[in-house]
Ligand binder design. Structure first.
Ligand code: SF4
Length: 373
């Protein structure tokens, strides 16, 4: 395939015609960065003509760091018998959520390690307590990898667990543990965790129970370019199966593997910002049935986060509630919002707060910024 073909593929995607896996691979292999960006921006503007950059105020809470999955890239987990293992006490969880609600937060993103001793009843009680105390909070919790693990240790089908968790208060399922949905890669970096089919099956069952979630991708480790496309293709197929643009995935997020201090450190060359932007652009062109793409400014920094809006993103994702500056939480988050607003306005986009469903929930500003990009 020549560069001429690459231009043709980009034209096809911009016009709204689905591109094939072979075409997606040609873009990843040979697409020129600026050209990919221009096409991804055109697709973003077609899907989001309203010139808005959205964000959500949420808080990432890890209810336990105990884990038996031993993923090579994880710095967070502890084996269950280590001295600094924790299960978050209820009072501390409530304090974190109170702080979130105090700054206008609407969603808690709660995930944990694969703890071998917590019971099914413990999880249900946790959800019920949270729901009773915070009736309006979006409880976005337990990744597909956790559900796969629960299914094995509680010896219950995933569907039944999702139904029980939903009845107890669960609203949606975050896309953690997606990494690359190709078993060859998963067997290298996380062999004890959900394999590709299991991960996708959780979302299939979640959809059957009326729940939605987000999907993710982590690049810059052992994956090949064809495997990246295979990952996108699996997500696209499941989204088709569950209703297309209104299917199970509300949003997609790609980030680069953060390897510092992990067992992967030094073994594989990390993906840089250029690679991140290329991948974002190709994902925007490929995932024609997923409406929203979040910027990964947490891993890429504010400037590349801003640039990602020129490579297909339409959303900043969540605020970063910093655990160590709790007393200044309100101030810190004002700074972040002001920064996101300024970066958005440089692109001619108005910053708006959204909820999980991407509904705008703040008061509309008086005037939109002038477009500069
Ligand atoms: S399952 Fe999650 S917490 Fe456990 S080792 Fe893997 S990434 Fe870390």
């Amino acid at each position: 395939m020549s560069n001429h073909d690459v231009t043709g593929i980009l034209g096809k995607a911009v016009a709204g015609t689905r591109i094939t896996p072979e075409e997606g691979l040609a873009l990843l292999e040979r697409g020129e960065l600026n050209e990919l960006g221009r096409a991804a921006l055109a697709v973003r503007e077609r899907l989001h003509p309203e010139r808005v950059a959205t964000f959500i105020i949420d808080r990432n809470v890890n209810y336990t760091n105990a884990c038996v999955a031993d993923c090579d890239f994880c710095n967070f987990y502890r084996r269950p018998n280590e001295s600094d293992v924790y299960v978050l006490p209820r009072e501390l969880l409530y304090r974190k959520i109170d702080e979130l609600v105090a700054i206008g937060g609407t969603q808690v993103l709660m995930q944990g390690g694969h703890h071998p001793y917590l019971t099914l009843e413990w999880y249900e009680e946790l959800l019920r307590d949270m729901r009773a105390r915070y009736p309006k909070l979006q409880i976005h919790a337990f990744s597909p990898s956790e559900f796969t693990f629960f299914s094995k240790i509680f010896k219950k089908p995933v569907r039944e667990l999702i139904a029980r968790f939903k009845a107890a208060g669960l609203d949606s399922i975050p896309g953690g543990g997606g990494e690359i949905l190709v078993d060859r890669v998963r067997k290298i970096i996380a062999p004890k965790k959900a394999m590709s089919g299991e991960w996708l099956e959780v979302y299939r069952q979640a959809h059957a129970e009326g729940l939605r979630g987000s999907c993710t991708m982590v690049i810059g480790h052992y994956e090949t370019l064809p495997e990246r496309i295979e990952h996108l293709e699996r997500l696209r197929q499941l989204q088709d199966e569950t209703g297309g643009l209104d299917g199970v995935f509300v949003a997609f997020i790609v980030w680069t593997m953060q390897m510092k201090g992990t067992r992967l450190d030094g073994k594989v060359p990390p993906a840089g910002s250029t690679e991140y932007l290329r991948m974002n652009a190709v994902a925007r062109l490929y995932l024609d049935n997923i409406r929203n793409i979040q910027s990964s400014w947490v891993t890429q920094g504010a400037k590349v986060g801003q640039m990602s809006f020129l490579y297909g993103c339409n959303d900043w994702g969540g605020l970063m509630m910093e655990e160590n500056v709790v007393s200044q939480a309100g101030t810190v988050h004002h700074v972040q919002i002001d920064q996101m607003r300024a970066l958005s306005e440089e692109l001619g986009l108005t910053l708006r707060q959204r909820n999980f469903h991407y509904e705008l929930i703040d008061a509309a500003p008086a005037a939109a910024p002038a477009a500069t990009a």
